[in-house]
Design a protein around this ligand. Structure first.
Ligand code: FES
Length: 559
């Protein structure tokens, strides 16, 4: 079959008898040691719905590999469910888990001498962590998404997990009762699978498809759909084809692939977290794809999809009208995709989409033509200026406000800001600044969904938020995150004072403190670093290695 099988160096010959003995005891036969040995990395955990079902799904992948002439064993990776960690100390571990997932796959894969990798997961950090591992290992690899949950229905209206975060804000201002919340909580996430909107998990699944690392059409079906079994089986077969043809992860993860993924991200107005993750995957693939490349694309790619949190439509609605291939075909025909990029099918993007026919659906208001977009500019915009010299990102798909000027209300942690909103001390027109929540300072850039939902839910319609932390993909409103450099390393956000005037100008891509330059540099001279929040354990270790947000917040090991 394949030209070179690394597994043979560990499972062939007399001296490797101890290793074979272990595999014999779990059912391996003589002939299995001559077959390609395929790893299935499974993000599986019973601690929440997103990856609850993946272990079962992995069995279909394994059966397909065995039927197609390979041997295979599966191993687990960890999962942090952001919806459980959100708004707590635990959220500091979320982005860290992306690195742990990548590291654990690398360790398991290399220690056990596998030949190729299938990775299966369905939560915010599992997809990027797994793609980072594939890029780092540079072996034949395919990603399989576990799928998103079906949406819930509350008193006849479609709801997602974002609805209950916003409802908490409404409860705090007395617009909803405890009974309303309890009723919503029982219906909001009715099945297994990832959070239903175009939040981070579904955005990253779309990106895996756009990168060419998962099968066309495989990112949008629900976790409960029979299509999941189909894609699991097809992915098992596809990995053996990749091994046979010698196509490795970095053959797919080229500069063109990253441009394609960023183009799809901007066209669908996906989660801002995807920017961090794309930069991190590019770092592992050793591809020079930077925030400036994304910035350049934001001027070219229109917003053609409107999905939750920007509308009521969820991932399964997108699936019902054609999925990511629908988006990619429109972008391809408009000349916005690099058509020669190779994918896990062994074919190029153009070849994959050649026979795709636009579905004959009228009256859908989810995806539009390139010539008639929802917005002429991208769903995510990169801002720069005196407040963020190395960049910041804003999701414009979920806000109508493009220019905002107002006094800063400064908080040195998410908790402080939440208390201020709870006690009604934020006023219309304010710009809430939350700092010391960046990659090193947080550490781990905790997501601010609790705060952003409290702002929206408490009826504050004219408030902006700027932070060196991150946002959930479910965040709505004028929320700017990933400010770099972060406060902890002495970025200008560290010296903003209460009632400094802040200017957010999306059409001009500016994020400025309207304080004289001289005054800012004097404040920066007086600024002193604060004590780190953690001096031991994983968070301390992570903080000492992590890069800034404009570099993907990766734990750096090479330049
Ligand atoms: Fe898993 Fe939302 S917490 S996708």
């Amino acid at each position: 079959m394949a030209r070179y099988l690394r597994s043979r160096t560990r499972y062939h010959g007399v001296l490797n008898a101890p290793q074979r003995a272990f595999l014999r005891s779990i059912g391996f036969k003589d002939e299995d040691f001559s077959k390609p040995y395929i790893a299935i990395a499974v993000a599986w955990s019973e601690a929440g719905p997103c990856n609850y079902h993946t272990l079962k799904l992995s069995e279909y992948i394994k059966d397909a590999i065995v039927s197609a002439g390979g041997s295979s064993t599966a191993f687990p990776t960890m999962v942090i469910y952001d919806n459980i960690a959100m708004g707590s100390e635990g959220m500091r571990y979320s982005l860290v888990s992306r690195e742990l997932i990548a590291d654990s796959i690398e360790a398991q894969f290399n220690a056990h001498y596998y030949d190729a990798l299938v990775a299966l997961g369905s939560c915010d950090k599992t997809t990027p962590g797994m793609l980072m591992a594939m890029a780092r290992l540079n072996v034949p690899s395919i990603y399989v998404y576990g799928g998103s949950a079906e949406p819930g229905f509350y008193r006849g209206e479609k709801v997602t997990i974002e609805s209950i975060h916003t409802a908490i804000g409404a409860y705090l201002r007395g617009a909803l009762s405890k009974e309303d919340i309890e009723e919503l909580e029982r219906v909001v996430h009715p099945t297994v699978g990832a959070c239903a909107g175009m939040f981070t998990a579904n955005t990253m699944a779309s990106i895996a498809e756009a990168l060419g690392m998962s099968l066309p059409g495989s990112s949008t079906p629900a976790a409960t759909s029979m299509k999941r079994i189909h894609y699991a089986i097809e992915s098992g077969r596809a990995v053996l084809n990749l091994l046979e043809t010698g196509i490795k992860a970095r053959d797919i993860l080229t500069y063109s692939a990253f441009r394609n993924a960023a183009t799809v991200l901007l066209a669908i107005g996906g989660s801002t977290n995807a920017i961090l993750h794309l930069l991190a995957i590019a770092y592992e693939a050793k591809v020079k794809f930077t925030l400036s490349d994304i910035e350049e694309l934001t001027g070219k790619v229109p917003l053609i999809a409107r999905l939750s949190p920007a509308s009521e439509y969820v991932m399964t609605d997108l699936d019902s009208i054609g999925g990511i291939p629908l988006i990619m075909k429109k972008l391809l025909e408009a000349g916005l995709l690099e058509k020669e990029a190779i994918t896990v099918t062994g074919k190029t993007i153009e070849e994959n989409l050649k026979d795709y026919r636009f579905p004959n659906i009228i009256n859908q208001n989810i995806v539009r033509d390139i010539g008639n977009p929802f917005k002429k500019y991208s769903g995510i915009i990169v801002l720069r200026g005196s407040l963020a010299p190395r960049g910041a990102v804003v999701k414009v798909a979920a806000t109508e406000k493009l220019v905002f000027r107002g006094p800063a209300r400064v908080f040195n942690s998410e908790e402080e800001a939440f208390k201020a909103i709870e006690s009604n001390s934020i006023e219309e027109g304010d710009v809430v600044i939350i700092r010391y929540e960046g990659p090193k300072g947080g550490p781990g850039m905790p997501e601010m969904l609790r705060v952003t939902s409290a702002i929206v839910g408490s009826g504050l319609n004219n408030v902006a938020l700027v932070t060196d932390g991150r946002f959930s993909g479910a965040t709505k409103g004028l929320m700017i995150g990933h400010v770099a450099p972060e406060a902890f390393v002495g970025g200008p956000i560290a010296v903003v004072e209460d009632y400094d005037e802040i200017l957010i100008d999306i059409p001009s891509r500016k994020l400025d403190i309207l304080v004289p330059e001289q005054e800012i540099s004097e404040r920066l001279k007086r600024w002193r670093p604060i004590e780190p929040r953690y001096r031991e354990g994983l968070l301390s270790k992570y903080a000492s290695l992590v890069s800034q947000a404009d570099e993907g917040a990766v734990t750096r090991t090479h330049s």
